[in-house]
Design a protein around this ligand. Structure first.
Ligand code: SF4
Length: 212
């Protein structure tokens, strides 16, 4: 994809959705962190269903710790890998309380030191909570980047680094949301909906499918 096509690609996505947002539901930065941690290999819809009640009970790390392991597991057992996630979430809560005054840190290193929090989760928190122009490369962004020719890379980190170089500054803060939503609803894994795709003119994928 040429630089002009990259510009047009994001201008088109922005025109269609000027203020893209995560589909995870949360009311504070701690809930955002917890929701992203719980969302690994799970759908946002499934996570939201469980966290609606969980966050009403435990909107802070202190209250989450008070639930205890069994109490937390009972709230999230509809989410895949819930036992591991419950353990990590409580360990993370303990670190937040003991090392960060109960707050979510805004430094990448401190975020990635939290149990269950990898680079992608840190990128989401840095972007959504703190407005940093990070690229949280998930399965959708990885696929869209490679398929369209926007950001070729053999692994998520490689795609992230290309995106950070290629996405024009005006689009950097919102780029990862546009790409996730585009991958989730249009440029789908098994059958991309090319005939309904607004950025088909810029996309390098061949052959484009006729699916609407
Ligand atoms: S044209 Fe097809 S392959 Fe290209 S971005 Fe759109 S849906 Fe994806």
């Amino acid at each position: 994809m040429t630089d002009a096509q990259v510009e047009h690609f994001f201008a088109t996505l922005r025109a269609a959705n000027p203020h893209p947002e995560t589909e995870l539901q949360f009311t504070n930065v701690f809930e955002l962190l917890a929701a992203v941690l719980l969302s690994a290999q799970a759908t946002d819809v499934g996570v939201n269903k469980a966290t609606r009640k969980l966050f009403a009970l435990a909107p802070t790390p202190q209250r989450m710790l008070a639930l205890g392991l069994e109490g937390l597991e009972a709230q999230i057992k509809t989410i895949g890998l819930y036992r591991t996630k419950a353990k990590h979430l409580l360990q993370t809560c303990r670190m937040l309380v003991e090392q960060h005054g109960g707050r979510v840190p805004r430094e990448r290193e401190a975020l990635e030191a939290l149990p269950g929090v990898g680079r992608k989760t840190a990128n989401v928190v840095l972007n959504v909570a703190f407005g940093e122009p990070t690229m949280a490369v998930d399965t959708h962004i990885f696929r869209v980047g490679n398929r369209t020719g926007l950001a070729l890379g053999k692994n998520p980190l490689a795609v992230e680094q290309v995106l950070l170089r290629r996405v024009p500054p005006a689009y950097r803060v919102d780029a990862h949301h546009w790409l996730i939503l585009h991958g989730r609803y249009v440029c789908q894994a098994r059958l991309p909906r090319c005939a309904a795709c607004q950025v088909a003119v810029d996309c390098q994928f061949q052959p484009k499918t006729a699916t609407r």
